[in-house]
Write a protein that binds this ligand. Sequence first.
Ligand code: ADP
Length: 453
Amino acid sequence: MPPTDDTIRDLREALEATPENVKLRRHIARLLVEADRIAEAEKELRDALARAPDDEAVKLELAEVFSRRDKHSEALVLVESLINAPETSARARLAHARLLLAAGEVERAVGAYRTAIDEDPDLEDPALALRLGVYSDDDDEAATAEVVDGKVRGATCAPTGGDDAIPVERPEVTFDDVGGMDALKEEIGLKIIAPLNHPELYEAYGKKTGGGILLFGPPGCGKTHLARATAGEVKAGFMSVGIHEVLDMWIGESERKLHELFAQARANRPCVLFFDEVDALGASRSDMRGSAGRQLINQFLAELDGIDSSNDGLLILGATNAPWHLDAAFRRPGRFDRVIFVPPPDEPARAGILEILLKGKPQEKVDVKTVARKTPEFSGADLEAVVDAAVEDKLRRAIRERKASPLKTADLLAAAKKQKPTTKEWFATARNYALYSNQGGIYDDILEYLKLK
Ligand code: ADP
């Protein structure tokens, strides 16, 4: 029988007298859920979380309420904050499995479910197991390695194949080709470029050099572009590596590939070694679970630390759209010890980017400022798409009318109207991590950008 309104009212009166009583608040929230007053339950649990930010039970109950209200990404963020904590409970893993399944990430959900049940068999949930297609724990492929052709194959890593060597580029782009990002350029200048150009000065002041910079933010906002321009700025080589290119299904192969990449970069110094998708090295991710994943993470950390060989002359930059998945060990001193938010370009930066993108194209009095004003929240990549679309349209017309005409402001505005900013979706997720999982203020810049701080 659902609780009566009277019961809930009486308990709330009791709570008013002892607002710090988190257990009582949780109890009331549970009754509210039973009475189908979900929005009120959410409010009580949010309040409980504000008073007890590390309380696992509160987080799990709030996550459940979020799910019932279809706020799946908020729920996922809360549960992932538990999963990323040093001690993860089986209950949190089970909740994670449910949420991953709801998000369509079946493979990861299976991994999370199996781990939860391994740790606490009492949590077995036949209905969930059935939906996941997990029938018994005898066929635990995710945890076991199988032997194929005499090699040990870990089932959790994705195969890549192909040639391991990554081409070493000599980029011609420099900071002049990067619109906006002034603070970032300065930071990179101080941390990466100046030590390279004036090693004696740094030594004289006893300032340690080394360590990498991790850039994070919505896709298409120039992280890769900036890394490439950093290499161009110091006339260094540039190697761009997606972590998924390193992952290999053969145990031990990923570590070998990674070691060879670092060796290749050291042989080409000065060299900017740029790692994209570094979040793929998050210990919380299912493809990194198990000892094979852990070994790769450890290998990466050892390379960053320069344990076997010096990293002098090696500039290490990382980028990720999902910093919350990255193993916290990467952020220790000497590794990616500066974590920098790369926001979507602001209005002057958008004008700068447009100018760069339009360079060398036939144009007539294009007013980039007006286009910049009309493209709020557009990423650099979105602006590139706008310029491309406007150019294509011009070409089509030139062929049809047998007469070429230059690009004008109106062409760009028309193209911009058809393009949606792609950064919105990223912020919907990032906002939740910044609000509920902001350890050490790491996401303060996101809160500031969203004006939540
Ligand atoms: P990310 O690595 O953040 O996903 P990219 O660096 O790949 O984004 O950016 C995608 C494209 O957008 C780049 O190739 C570049 O042409 C353009 N772009 C993004 N930001 C800028 C910028 N600040 N200045 C000039 N071009 C930019």
